[in-house]
Design a protein around this ligand. Structure first.
Ligand code: TRP
Ligand code: ZN
Length: 463
């Protein structure tokens, strides 16, 4: 746990980091810096002493046995001098750890791999972990499952909020975004899809190796690998900037063909580009896989859908590519930021396509009795991770944006959406940053509105 002392020591480094950021483009958010604090809801996850730049994840997976043989290389930097450091990892048997090429000592506790390098690390350092076994499916406080989820013909790895620790030794907190490469070897005839861009698929012997590269910084909770039999669809679209965006979609044929959703995807993204600014990632697509988890997930570049893809969910997960994936929360208690924006994106879509307008949705929801679960706990005030995906986060979160829109007017509101996506692109930001930007864009004082909508228990009065 961070001590006040450690926090003090970090201050000059943060200042240096901010100064360094000034030399970059004004709109570029700085690389995730050690924050000196742990997550409000998941204090066990994440390690503020270092900053990961890149994960190289090699997986060898056989659907017949559900056994994973893996080797992950983590490239990180630290401003400190670390005698030991931890990575988040649950289950799996670790067979070796090397730091900067030399064998290192290690031990395990329930959710961590604790590494003791031969000599303390400082500055840049590289850790390679070899591990194997049957990765765990994780059951969360709300009863939902994530982690390594087995399917009829393989498995899918889903990581919100913490499941990535089942298969990647990582700094498993959304504030430490990094680039990734996945090299996944599976039996020939089986497909392996992940985030980012497909670099190559090489057949050798009885296996195929699929290499995916994630060039946009990604939070660990958005990492995804799905292995199984999929129909692979390759196409592309043109961004508002003129850039060509490759689209790879992988559809489990037992779920149907998802033809409508695949055809709708470029239309949805183009609609959202007009409202939110250019699509923030190198590539797009979708993954439909019959995994009985009961939710869709905005896995980066390529959201996961558990069965046929309805239009509201397609719009929701697509909007997350801007809000959540490119602009990422730093602490899970800000979950209303991705979910409120993605829900509001659904309202914008139906409003523009012969449905209820956002104002009508707001009014209908506002009529919900004051005793309803919509009003409590307030979006930023829950303390139990079972409430992460509750109604206040989604609907009251979206209502917050509508209340803000009515207060500042359409011009400033839509300017804010674009500014938010641009200023914090590929970075991290929380509620305080949104409030500051909204006040800057509108010239109005908005702290009371934010407090009413996000913090007040019960239905805010007078809206
Ligand atoms: N973040 C997902 C979305 O809104 C939803 C989600 C992830 C979820 N995990 C969950 C919903 C668990 C309910 C339970 O797209
Ligand atoms: Zn969502």
């Amino acid at each position: 746990m961070p001590t006040p002392m450690r926090r003090l020591l970090l201050v000059p480094l943060v200042v240096l980091a901010l100064l360094a950021g000034v030399t970059a483009a004004v709109t570029a958010a700085p690389e995730g810096q050690p924050t000196g604090r742990t997550d409000t809801l998941f204090p066990q996850q994440g390690h503020p002493g270092y900053d990961v730049r890149h994960y190289d994840v090699r997986l060898d997976y056989d659907p017949a046995t559900n056994r994973l043989d893996a080797r992950t290389t983590v490239r990180a930097t630290t401003p400190q001098r670390l005698k030991t450091f931890s990575l988040d990892l649950v289950g799996m048997k670790v067979t070796s750890v090397r730091v900067d090429g030399r064998p290192a000592g290690f031990r395990r506790d329930a959710q961590h791999l604790v590494v003791r390098p031969r000599v303390p690390v400082t500055g840049g350092f590289t850790t390679t972990v070899a591990y194997a076994g049957t990765p765990q499916e994780i059951v969360d406080a709300d009863g939902s499952t994530e982690g390594w989820v087995r399917t009829d013909d393989g498995a899918i790895a889903l990581g919100e909020p913490v499941g990535t620790m089942a298969w990647i030794p990582s700094d498993n907190t959304p504030g430490d975004k990094a680039r990734f490469r996945f090299r996944i070897t599976v039996p020939r005839g089986v497909q392996a899809v992940s985030n980012g861009d497909l670099v190559s698929k090489v057949d050798r012997g009885a296996g195929s190796t699929w290499t995916w590269r994630v060039r946009d910084r990604m939070a660990t909770y958005l990492a995804m690998v799905a292995v199984g039999r999929f129909a692979v669809h390759r196409s592309s679209m043109t961004s508002v900037t003129g850039r060509r965006i490759p689209i790879w979609s992988f559809v489990d044929p037992t779920t149907g063909r998802s033809t409508t959703a695949r055809a709708a995807l470029p239309k949805v993204l183009r609609f959202q580009e007009k409202l939110f600014g250019p699509y923030p990632l190198t590539s797009a697509g979708l993954v439909v896989d019959a995994a009985s988890v009961g939710y869709a997930l905005e896995t980066q570049n390529r959201p996961f859908y558990p069965d046929s893809v309805d239009s509201a969910t397609l719009v929701h997960e697509s909007a997350h590519q801007w809000f959540g994936n490119s602009v990422t929360l730093r602490d899970w208690h800000d979950i209303w930021l991705p979910e409120g924006f993605a829900t509001y994106a659904e309202w914008l879509w139906t409003g523009a396509h012969d449905g209820r307008t956002p104002a009508q949705r707001f009014d209908d929801l506002y009529a919900t009795p004051a005793s309803d679960g919509l009003w409590s706990p307030a979006p930023t005030e829950f303390t139990d991770s079972a409430d992460l995906f509750g109604e206040p986060v989604y609907n009251r979160g979206a209502m917050t944006l509508q209340a803000l829109r009515e207060r500042v007017g359409d011009t400033d509101f839509f300017r804010l959406l674009k500014r938010w996506a641009a200023v914090y692109r590929q970075g991290n930001a929380g509620t305080a940053q949104l409030l500051a930007l909204a006040e800057q864009v509108s010239g109005e004082q908005l702290d009371q509105l934010f407090a009413d909508w996000l913090e007040l228990d019960g239905r805010p009065a007078g809206y």
